[in-house]
Design a binder for this molecule. Structure first.
Ligand code: SAH
Length: 269
């Protein structure tokens, strides 16, 4: 999979490409990340990429011409394919695990990183084929969002993660990921490692039991419970099994019980 990143700060990405999954995927020939300095597509002496906004107001806006030229140069390299061009923008559709799974099916993506007040709207209208936001907050540039998208897409590519089983069990992983796992779409269950007793904080007994069915049920229940408590929105439309329903009913009953606070109402001696 190839990513072409258009940015005024290509150096921003250097440490990212030297660590973790991105480094590994590049070394294994599974991903390639090409950085393009937007200023190389300017024609004036000062290599100007921005200008003042029509209509007045503070801040600067990316001029359409350099971005257009950068994308056109990439398109010229692939004449028989309409490029997928993603503009990073807080106004785009929200990036989620499902979007990462959708993007990993492409073999090539162009990412445009804005700065200042953003990019001339004609780029969004006529050049970008998609506009993606990484969340309802505003950053100063599209470089972090681009890095975030590349990281989450690349780790889904077959062969990139050391343990192929680990991606489908992660939080949010959806049905479409082709996963036969038993808890797709939920938050992940809690993980523990040695020692079994750390400062008196013990690992749940069931995980030490070796009883695979009990462990499966415990993990499923914890994943459901965490999701129900923290992100009930994820349960909308979720295919609950009969066992899940019973467990959620139990949780709901418990939640309605009066909270027992030890020692409440006792006289202090
Ligand atoms: N004036 C714009 C914000 C510009 S922020 C607005 O209010 O909508 C400058 C650049 O940072 C954007 O062009 C975009 O590329 C990037 N950016 C900031 N927040 C982002 C987010 N949540 N998701 C994706 N890109 C973002």
């Amino acid at each position: 999979m190839t990513f072409d990143v258009i940015t005024i700060f290509p150096d921003f990405f250097s440490s990212l490409l030297e660590h973790g999954v991105l480094k590994r995927a590049i070394a294994a020939g599974l991903a390639s990340i090409r950085l393009h300095d937007l200023r190389d597509f300017t024609e004036d002496r000062h290599r100007t990429v921005d200008d003042r906004p029509f209509g007045g107001g503070p801040g600067m806006v990316f001029k359409p011409d350099p971005v257009f030229k950068a994308v056109a140069a990439l398109q010229a390299g692939r004449p028989d394919q309409r490029l997928s061009v993603i503009l990073l923008s807080p106004q785009g559709r929200l990036f989620t695990q499902a979007v990462a799974e959708e993007l990993k099916r492409q073999d090539h993506l162009v990412l445009i990183c804005g700065r200042y007040e953003g990019v001339d709207e004609r780029i969004a209208e006529h050049v970008a084929t998609d506009e993606i936001s990484i969340g309802d907050y505003v950053l100063s540039g599209g470089e972090l969002p681009a890095a975030l998208i590349m990281e989450s897409v690349v780790r889904l590519l077959p062969g990139v993660l050391g343990n192929e089983a680990s991606a489908p069990q992660d939080s949010f992983t959806t049905n479409q990921a082709g996963c036969r796992e038993f808890r797709y779409g939920l938050l992940d269950f809690p993980h523990y490692t040695r020692p079994a007793d750390f400062q008196g904080w013990k690992v749940p007994e069931v995980l030490l039991s070796g009883n695979h069915e009990e462990i499966r049920r415990w993990r499923r229940q914890r994943a459901l419970e965490k999701t129900w408590r923290r992100r009930p929105d994820l349960l909308a439309g979720f295919p609950l099994s009969e066992e899940d329903r019973q467990w959620l009913a139990t949780l709901q009953r418990q939640a309605c019980e009066p909270v027992v606070i030890p020692g409440l109402g006792e006289q202090k001696s």
